[in-house]
Ligand binder design. Structure first.
Ligand code: TRP
Length: 329
């Protein structure tokens, strides 16, 4: 993991409320958030405006997705007493700052972000709206409005953070030093494979959810694809192409070299290898699942209101600075 030594590091990150979080979220991002939040000021945002950019046609599940995501965040150890956990749409200053900054961001910068074309290719031309084009600008506003200097994200977000830095530099160049230039912090396991070997993602149907029970997890792992050339137990396997092995790497570090050797020699069969992974993963997630089951969802609105109040304590003066720098309002 990258490290910037700064006594006043302020962390900000967020996620679109897509519902239940999976172990890819946990090992790719959330565990890093939890660790960073121990020694840093931290702001964790549920990006519901961002959810609208790609999901504006179907918003029925939005509210329940928000609740499920907050439950998962709390279950993995994000502590709302220590870190601000809030809903983007409850910070109206974000919308106002987004409008102001939209005046200075060249359209070509936004069109050039790889996720813009990739997402249109993946989700269809109907997502190519004005709001969707502004997605990375809104992300910068999320970060800059709370004056965060460090943003823990996965690899797929690096182009957004790079653009965020360019927009900050442009703003500061035009109107004087006002906004903080953020830096990305990559976690140790940015890419967690799903059960089919592709990146774990709800939309691929290859995810193991944090809220899955032990039996469901074991069933999903038993059905995982392995090296297609390892048909029988004694056939030698190729761990480097096997998603089961990649997951051992994430949750079973102390056994990983023994597993690698035993797979290559043919001594370890895929079923045993999977059952060991399932047991290990279930043991790792057990405390998360237990905490999740004990959180009262009725406590969430007050928790978010408190988080919004804390985020607005910084967002309101930041927006005032932006307006005064731009000589408007
Ligand atoms: N774009 C991020 C993602 O898809 C979510 C996000 C929204 C975010 N606002 C943010 C991440 C601010 C970091 C900082 O994962």
């Amino acid at each position: 993991m990258q490290n910037i030594e700064s006594p006043h590091r302020r962390i900000m990150s967020g996620s679109r409320p897509t519902g239940r979080q999976h172990i890819g979220h946990l090992f790719g991002a959330l565990s890093n958030w939890v660790m960073l939040a121990r020694d840093n000021d931290a702001f964790f945002e549920i990006a519901d405006y961002h959810a609208l950019t790609t999901g504006y046609e179907k918003t029925d599940a939005l509210q329940s997705n928000i609740v499920e995501m907050v439950l998962d965040w709390l279950a993995v150890g994000i502590d709302p007493a220590r870190s601000a956990v809030y809903l983007q749409s409850q910070i109206p200053e974000i919308a106002e700052m987004h409008l102001l900054l939209s005046m200075i961001v060249p359209v070509a910068w936004l069109q050039r972000v790889p996720t813009f074309k990739d997402q249109i290719a993946a989700l269809g031309p109907e997502i190519a709206t004005y709001g969707f084009l502004g997605y990375p600008l809104m992300q910068l506003v999320d970060i800059a409005i709370v004056r965060a200097n460090a943003v823990p994200v996965g690899k797929d977000q690096l182009s957004h953070i790079e653009l965020a830095r360019e927009i900050v530099r442009r703003f500061n160049h035009l109107y004087g030093a006002t906004l903080v230039e953020p830096q990305a912090l990559l976690s140790e396991f940015p890419d967690v494979p799903g059960t089919d070997g592709r990146k774990m993602s709800k939309s691929y149907g290859n995810a193991i959810d944090l809220a899955d029970d032990d039996a469901t997890t074991t069933k999903k792992i038993r059905a995982m694809l392995t090296d297609p050339l390892k048909v029988r137990r004694n056939d030698p396997g190729r761990p480097e192409i096997c998603p089961v092995f990649s997951l051992h790497n994430v949750v079973n570090a102390e056994r990983v070299s023994a597993i690698e050797a035993a797979c290559r020699s043919g001594e370890l069969g895929c079923l045993d290898c999977k059952l060991e992974l399932a047991a290990r993963l279930n043991a790792t997630i057990a405390p998360v699942r237990e905490r999740r089951a004990n959180i009262d969802p009725a406590s969430i609105p007050a928790l978010l209101a408190n988080g919004a109040e804390r985020a607005r304590a910084i967002a309101v003066p930041t927006l005032a600075d932006v307006k005064s720098a731009m000589k408007i309002g």
